[in-house]
Design a protein around this ligand. Sequence first.
Ligand code: ATP
Length: 337
Amino acid sequence: MYKISLITGDGIGPELSESAVSVLDTIHDKHGLKFEIAKLSAGDAALRETGKALPDEAVNAISNSQVCLKAPVGESAADVIVVLRRMLDLYANIRPAKSYPNMPALRDDIDMVIVRENTEDLYTGKEFSLGDASVALRIISERASKRIAKYAFETAMQRNSKKKVTCVHKSNVMRVTDGMFAKACADVSKNYPDVSFEQMYVDACAMNLIRQPDQFDVIVTTNLFGDILSDESSQVVGGLGMAPAANIGDDFALFEPVHGAAFDIAGKNIANPSSFLLSIKMMFDWLGAKYNDKKCIDMGQKLESTIFDLVKTGMKTKDIGGDMTTDAFTREITKNL
Ligand code: ATP
C-alpha cells in the first residue's frame, strides 16, 4: 500500500485531480497496486480559507506520505511549491520533453529531459529594497551545483539515448555564479567518461531548442533558466498540456504538471489531464526504483503507452487539436488501462 498525498490545487487543479484519482482508483481496482490517497488543500483556496497557502495540516499529511502529487496552484504558487521544494530538499526538478504522435509540434523526433537545480538561484526569495533600487540575491553553491550535475549524468547513463549532457549557463556575463556552476558540471563530467559533455549559453540554448531540438539529450541548468527553458521545450513537443515534472530529493519526491493553474480554462472541462497523468507515470518510475517494485515500473509504462495510443488515434483534448473533454479523455484512459 503506497501512501500518496494529493494537493488538489486551484484553477484547473481540481479537474486534473479528479482525473488523477479516477486513474489511480482504476489501477488500484484492476492491477493490484494499492494506494491510500490523502487529498489536501494548499494554494489560493487554502489561503482564503485558513490564511495560509500551505497550512500545517497539509505539511503534516505530506510528511506522513511516501510521495506527493501536486495539481497546479494559482497566485500563491511561490508560497506552496517553492517552499515545499526547499523544505523537503527536492533538489532535482526533472522535466522531460518527448514527442508523442499526432501533436501540434515542431518535430516528432524529440526526446530530451531538463534537469533543473531546484533549491537555489533567484528563487530563494532573498529580495530587498536598497534606496531606490530593488535587489535579488542569486545564490549558487558548489555543493548544490555538483549534486544536480551528478543527477544529470546519472540520468544520462540510464537513458537509452544519446548519452549526452548539455550544461546551460551564462558564465560569460555572470562569471562568479555561473562560472562556478559550469566548472562544477565540468568537474563532475570527468567521472562519466561514457557520457559526452558540452556547455551552451542560455540564449543559444533557447534558440537551439527551436532550431535543432533533436540535438539534446539531458540539459542541466540553474533554477530560473530551467523554469523558462522547460516551458519552451514543452511547447516544442506540443504544449503544456502534455508536460509532466518531478521534484526529487534523496528520500521523497513530488510530481506535478509543468504548467500553472490556467484560470482561463478552469471549470470548462477542457483541460488536458495528460500533464498530470504523465507526472503519475514519473511517480510510478520513482516508486518502482525506490521500493524495487516492478509492478510500479510496468504500470508507469502501461499508463504512458495508453496515453500514446489514444492521442495516436486522434482522441485528444482541445489544446492539442482534438475535441474531447477532460472527463471523456479520462474515461478512455481508464477503459483502456
Ligand atoms: P504559471 O505562471 O503559474 O506557470 P501561467 O499564467 O504561465 O502560469 P499556465 O497556467 O502555466 O499559465 O498556462 C498557460 C496557458 O496554457 C493557459 O492559460 C492555458 O490556456 C494553457 N494550458 C496550460 N495547461 C493546460 C492544460 N493542462 N490543458 C490545456 N491547456 C493548458
